[in-house]
Ligand binder design. Structure first.
Ligand SMILES: *[C@@H]1O[C@H](CO)[C@@H](O)[C@H](O)[C@H]1NC(C)=O
Ligand SMILES: *[C@@H]1O[C@H](CO)[C@@H](O)[C@H](O)[C@H]1NC(C)=O
Ligand SMILES: *[C@@H]1O[C@H](CO)[C@@H](O)[C@H](O)[C@H]1NC(C)=O
Ligand SMILES: *[C@@H]1O[C@H](CO)[C@@H](O)[C@H](O)[C@H]1NC(C)=O
Ligand SMILES: *[C@@H]1O[C@H](CO)[C@@H](O)[C@H](O)[C@H]1NC(C)=O
Ligand SMILES: *[C@@H]1O[C@H](CO)[C@@H](O)[C@H](O)[C@H]1NC(C)=O
Ligand SMILES: *[C@@H]1O[C@H](CO)[C@@H](O)[C@H](O)[C@H]1NC(C)=O
Ligand SMILES: *[C@@H]1O[C@H](CO)[C@@H](O)[C@H](O)[C@H]1NC(C)=O
Ligand SMILES: *[C@@H]1O[C@H](CO)[C@@H](O)[C@H](O)[C@H]1NC(C)=O
Length: 381
């Protein structure tokens, strides 16, 4: 229940925010992405502890940066993306899994979107494993960096800055919905804000696996892809030159959660960047069929991890990024972009425990599947 006084207060804050802060021009929160900013609200909790690097076969760090709701052709038309594509491998066969946003984020962490077809606050039982279990089993450090999340491990649905604008939304955080993370304070503390990012990059303590969620403006959600391009030029472009962020052993996936036009298949513009991309492949295009499950299979392949026994094990949907597969000797399925690929622009038609229209039990993991890491189901140990 919200008291009438409280709701009046909310209304007046929202009202003032709408007129005073909604701009379509990107404004830098600080001089550089390595600086802290009061705009990020929460003071940093200190940098992460230094940990031993666990070497992978092809890379020692995997970074994902997810932008929002853009058709492939709209991103490809942006000069900032054309610029970045010269330094990396453009993936012209990469698809999101469904609509709307949240199920895509959830799937990238747990190997399924569990039938979800909404952006509602959901929770997933503690015995359902995620990429965190796979990484921790090998001692690989991890974190999420959520721009404008006020405090580490924040569990609210959203956060409105003092300027009245709601920059942070829970629906764009891949791990927060999993009880194995949100009920464990040690893990929850690894859902960090951008002031922590500044300390971690400054102190060279960024983890080996991390996920970056820009705020609702910077990811293009409320603003469009041109605005997101300006943010990339502020945030990512200089960090590519920062050895604490991007070394010769860093692989970066820049992608979008989903496309915008539900009437066409769900292809999203994606680029592999970072020092781990072989020089002779910079500026090339790879049309192998990938989905958001490919980020799970690729890290499994690189570090010899176990699997989740979910769609990360589905050989149709989880090709390993081809240059990685070529270096490890892993066999992909040979599917390329073109007609006849699974239509992942469907929404709400997949049964699952988070689908109220077509409910189904929590799917038991496939305990006999051998994943791209060569290991078995994590829970079999
Ligand atoms: C390193 O982290 C400490 C706290 O953990 C912080 O005081 C300091 O400013 C950080 N250094 C840099 C360069 O970010
Ligand atoms: C593209 O890169 C060049 C050289 O780094 C830079 O001068 C230019 O501003 C960039 N353009 C865009 C639109 O990002
Ligand atoms: C989690 O526990 C429930 C209830 O005990 C069980 O039905 C389900 O199969 C378990 N899931 C996994 C992934 O082990
Ligand atoms: C620091 O981390 C703890 C959890 O470890 C959290 O309760 C607290 O809110 C955090 N503070 C900030 C400013 O993030
Ligand atoms: C909580 O997380 C820590 C470290 O991430 C892990 O070692 C521990 O086993 C987890 N506890 C439970 C009950 O899952
Ligand atoms: C999904 O995309 C296909 C191929 O472009 C199109 O034929 C179909 O109508 C779309 N489905 C929906 C639900 O819009
Ligand atoms: C693997 O994915 C394909 C394409 O979406 C689907 O048809 C198939 O049922 C999936 N297999 C399993 C075991 O879930
Ligand atoms: C991928 O294939 C589809 C279907 O043939 C096509 O519409 C789309 O333009 C292709 N994507 C790219 C980036 O070429
Ligand atoms: C489990 O994985 C194995 C090995 O990939 C496969 O043969 C089997 O069909 C899968 N079972 C189910 C129920 O998907």
């Amino acid at each position: 229940m919200i008291s009438p006084r409280a709701s009046l207060f909310v209304l007046s804050v929202l009202g003032s925010g709408v007129f005073s802060t909604k701009t379509t021009t990107f404004t830098q929160p600080a001089a550089a992405p390595t600086d802290t900013s009061t705009f990020y609200v929460g003071a940093s909790n200190g940098s992460l502890p230094k940990t031993t690097t666990v070497p992978g076969l092809v890379f020692d760090r995997f970074v994902q940066i997810w932008l929002e709701n853009t058709d492939y052709s709209d991103a490809a038309a942006q000069p900032a993306f054309q610029n970045l594509s010269k330094d990396g491998i453009t993936l012209s066969g990469y698809y999101a899994l469904t609509h709307p946003s949240e199920p895509n984020y959830i799937a990238s962490a747990g190997g399924s979107f569990w039938g979800l077809a909404s952006d509602d606050d959901v929770t997933i039982p503690a015995n359902v494993s995620t990429v965190v279990d796979l990484l921790e089993a090998k001692g690989i450090s991890w974190a999420e960096y959520e721009e404008n999340m006020p405090t580490d491990g924040y569990l609210g649905d959203s956060f409105t800055n003092p300027d009245g604008y709601t920059y942070y939304m829970r629906k764009h955080s891949p791990l927060v919905s999993y009880d194995s993370v949100n009920q464990n304070s040690t893990r929850l503390a690894r859902l960090r804000n951008f002031n922590d990012f500044a300390y971690d990059v400054g102190n060279n303590t960024l983890p080996q696996w991390f996920f970056v969620t820009p705020n609702m403006k910077d990811d293009g959600h409320d603003t469009g892809v041109a605005y997101a391009s300006d943010w990339l030029n502020y945030w990512l472009v200089p960090l590519l030159q920062d050895p604490n962020f991007n070394s010769a052993r860093t692989l970066i996936l820049l992608t979008f959660d989903e496309n915008s036009n539900y009437g066409i298949n769900n292809e999203v513009y994606s680029i592999l960047l970072g020092g781990a991309v072989p020089t002779n492949l910079k500026g090339t295009i790879d049309d192998t069929y990938y989905t958001h499950y490919s980020s799970l299979s690729t890290v499994q392949n690189n570090w010899g991890l176990d699997n989740l026994g979910q769609q990360d094990c589905n050989k149709t949907l989880a090709n390993v990024f081809q240059f990685v597969a070529d270096m490890t000797g892993y066999q992909n399925n040979g599917m390329k972009n073109g007609t006849g690929l699974p239509l992942t622009n469907i929404t709400g038609t997949i049964p699952g425990p988070l689908n109220p229209t077509y409910p189904a039990p929590w799917p038991a993991p496939n305990t006999s599947c051998v994943g791209a890491g060569g290991g078995g189901y994590i829970g079999s140990k």
